[in-house]
Design a protein around this ligand. Structure first.
Ligand code: FMN
Length: 253
């Protein structure tokens, strides 16, 4: 059966490096015979704020989880959200392209998660983590930062980029997805000049060339580690014998 790859681009400028990188991912997936879907969120005019005005009959007082669940049950989801749900369901893999803005993905992408990962359709209280409804799908983050390599590692002044991605990765894990080790390209900004600018351009051109191989190797790419449901006790605490993979879920002391 034909595989489907969804490209989610969260950058306001398609002619940016993020935009070019997303197009390289799409071309690589197409070259592999995938059916490629796009969510270029700024180009679509995606509205990232979840609020009552988005719903025909929102609960009052507004409760976002109930609004999503009720709209899903009555077939009254906002059309742009129903379209995202269809794409997410169709996708075998989702490749996210975005810059780091203020130590996090842009608000546009957070808003896409808030709105498009519809409660009652793509997750609910009984179907999450190990039993998540998006099991079998794989995500990859392709991320740019302005910080230098040296500043973006474990001891870097800007905080480790890989850790900054945990909330987004765990959101997808909550829904049952696997998340591959991210691709990070640091030092991307328009203020380089002369030889430094040429060096950056050469480095970015290599990233675009390499994307074909990255996408081809995605099935074998290492995955971000997450705890299994069985690693937690009935109160949701990490069992003493279970491994800690991230500082967000760790053994105290
Ligand atoms: C609002 C804003 C906040 C930013 N915050 C960070 C940051 O926290 N860390 C960082 O390394 N770069 C930061 N940057 C720089 C961007 O990550 C950088 O411009 C981007 O990755 C370049 O990729 P592009 O050419 O595809 O836009 C920020 C840029 C903007 C516009």
């Amino acid at each position: 059966m034909e595989r489907t790859t969804l490209i989610v681009l969260a950058h306001p400028e398609r002619r940016s490096f993020c935009g070019a990188w997303a197009e390289a991912s799409a071309a690589a997936a197409t070259a592999q015979g995938d059916h490629v879907l796009w969510s270029d969120l700024y180009d679509m005019g995606f509205h990232p704020a979840e609020e009552p005005g988005r719903y025909a009959a929102p609960p009052a007082p507004f409760d976002a989880l109930k609004a999503q669940e009720q709209a899903a049950a009555t077939g009254t989801l906002p059309p742009e959200i129903a379209a995202e749900v269809d794409k997410i369901r169709a996708a075998d893999r989702i490749i996210f392209h975005f810059p780091i803005w203020w130590f996090a993905p842009p608000a546009m992408l957070k808003g896409w998660c808030d709105r498009a990962l519809v409660h009652g359709l793509l997750h609910d209280v009984d179907r999450r983590f190990d039993t998540g409804l998006l099991r079998g799908k794989r995500a990859l983050f392709c991320v740019t930062t302005g910080a230098r390599d040296s500043e973006a590692g474990p001891d870097g002044k800007e905080g480790e980029t890989r850790l900054l991605l945990w909330p987004l990765a765990y959101t997808l894990r909550y829904c049952g997805m696997e998340v591959a080790e991210p691709l990070l390209v640091h030092g991307v900004h328009g203020y380089h000049e002369g030889a430094r600018k040429r060096a950056l351009e050469a480095r970015l051109a290599r990233v675009l060339e390499d994307q074909q191989a990255v996408i081809a190797d995605l099935p074998a790419r290492a995955l971000l580690p997450f705890n299994a449901d069985a690693d937690f006790d009935g109160d949701g605490r990490l069992r003493p014998e279970a491994p800690s993979h991230w500082p967000f879920i760790r053994h105290e002391g």
